[in-house]
Design a protein around this ligand. Structure first.
Ligand code: ZN
Length: 458
């Protein structure tokens, strides 16, 4: 039976399209703590037709399939088991069409995020979704996980930048919704159904992406804030004072700033005694104008005593130095054994939540180290908790996630559920919601072959 299936798959995708044996085991299932690929084969269709034929066959054989993109996810969603086969869209990397008038880019799902950004830029346009793993992450993967990143505050998550898509269902049916218009209220929004579904409802094979005018100027400042309550006031002031230009409002808690600037990797741009540091960035079309707007904002914030210190960057080199501090996750590895969390919660609840968490963690692990930073404008915090043994991760997870249920928080702001967060989905979704997700899953994938065991168990 197994041999029959592999032979039939080879008939569809050819020799280059099917990997087995050591070609499979030498591959990884992920970047961070990636295990070697356990699946019995990797199938690499050349186009949507082959993908459709592959899934139809797997459906007939009730063969579980794991779809892999750039393997940059952080919730083990791409991990494979020995009875699974991998479907990879790594040969489907065509940029199909750039439409300057509609400002859309149509691509195959295996194209990397960086290639999409570059294709947009070549036409003087802009694809706003951006994240550190842009060179490896595929557009299909960012769609399946509704990726966020550093510009969500201004442009929204991935779902706000996808106008249409083509997806192949578990039984091989190809659903083509390659819509290009912004307004289309004709029944259910099918593309949105697949965005963020983590490959459990269908395999995204093509997408029509919404491009924006390229911002040609930006201004960036680093400011110091004394008190948590001033952060949200400052955010409001920045949103109204920058004329809609605010594109980043990144907060670093003292724990983060001090850790990253204490080594010899960075020189601290301002002293490390302040409780909070914020990177404020505005984007527009005129450099002088953006710089002036930001300068007036900083003056108003100083006057209102919302900030205690401020640096307005005057060159690209200065700007890069400030972002390098925010982006330096490597400094956090010193805290090993280290655990990363991606949560969101209403801003008014943040301070109390973090204080309670700190107390709970101190009771369990007096020597633990808690570092906080995040996209405050989106209510999204990244917690790094160090010096907690890996064997005690389940206890730690429970302490972080359980309190979110009562305050309208989310156990995953931008990293999805995968395998890792499955036990905690219940803290962010009601029983009725999870039941409806299962109803959709059963309707679209009755044999449960697509990424089984992710998000929830059937
Ligand atoms: Zn993030």
């Amino acid at each position: 039976m197994k041999q029959n299936l592999l032979t039939a798959l080879r008939d569809i995708v050819g020799d280059t399209g099917l990997l087995t044996g050591s070609d499979v085991s030498q591959r990884q299932d992920g970047l961070l703590n990636g295990q070697s690929c356990q699946a019995k084969a990797v199938v690499r269709p050349a186009d949507s037709e082959e993908l459709s034929a592959v899934l139809k066959l797997c459906h007939q054989h009730q063969q579980p399939v794991t779809t892999q993109g750039g393997l940059t996810g952080l919730v083990a969603g791409a991990f494979t088991k020995a009875d699974e086969i991998v479907v990879s869209l790594e040969r489907m990397r065509k940029v199909i069409e750039l439409d300057r008038v509609n400002r859309t880019l149509t691509v195959e799902a295996g194209v990397t995020l960086q290639a999409v950004q570059e294709a947009a830029e070549a036409a003087d346009l802009f694809y706003p979704v951006d994240l550190g793993a842009r060179g490896s992450a595929t557009i299909g993967g960012t769609i399946a996980t509704n990726a966020g990143g550093n510009r969500v505050l201004r442009y929204g998550m991935t779902r706000a930048s996808v106008l249409g898509l083509e997806a192949v269902l578990a039984d091989g049916t190809c659903i083509s919704s390659l819509n290009k218009v912004i307004k289309n209220n004709t029944g259910y929004d099918l593309p949105q159904l697949f965005i963020g579904s983590e490959g459990t409802l269908g395999v995204v094979s093509k997408a029509v992406l919404r491009l924006r005018p390229k911002p040609s100027a930006e201004a960036t400042a680093l400011v110091a804030v004394q008190d948590f309550s001033q952060l949200s006031k400052l955010l409001n002031l920045a949103e109204s004072g920058l004329g809609g230009g605010l594109s980043s409002f990144e907060v670093m808690w003292n724990s983060f700033y001090r850790l990253v600037t204490s080594g010899d990797r960075h020189t601290a741009p301002m002293n490390d005694e302040y409780p909070f540091y914020v990177i404020i960035e505005t984007q527009g079309s005129n450099h002088e104008q953006e710089q002036q707007r930001l300068e007036s904002l900083l003056e108003a914030a100083l006057e209102a005593e919302l900030i205690s210190d401020a640096i307005l960057t005057r060159s690209e080199a200065e700007r890069e130095k400030i972002w390098a501090i925010r982006d330096d996750v490597e400094a956090l590895l010193n805290l090993s054994p280290v655990h990363g969390f991606d949560i969101s919660l209403p801003i008014p609840e943040m301070e109390a939540y973090l204080n309670q968490l700190q107390q709970a963690l101190s009771q369990h692990w007096p020597d633990h180290h808690q570092v906080v930073f995040g996209h405050l404008g989106d209510g999204n915090l990244h917690l790094i908790i160090g010096k907690v043994p890996y064997a005690e991760k389940a206890t730690l997870d429970e302490l972080v996630y359980a309190p979110l249920a009562g305050i309208g928080g989310s156990v995953s702001a931008e990293h999805c559920i995968g395998y890792d967060k499955k036990p905690y989905l219940k803290y962010s979704r009601s029983e009725a919601e999870i039941e409806l997700m299962k109803t959709l899953k059963r309707a679209l994938d009755p044999a449960n072959i697509l990424n089984p065991g992710r998000v929830f168990d059937l």
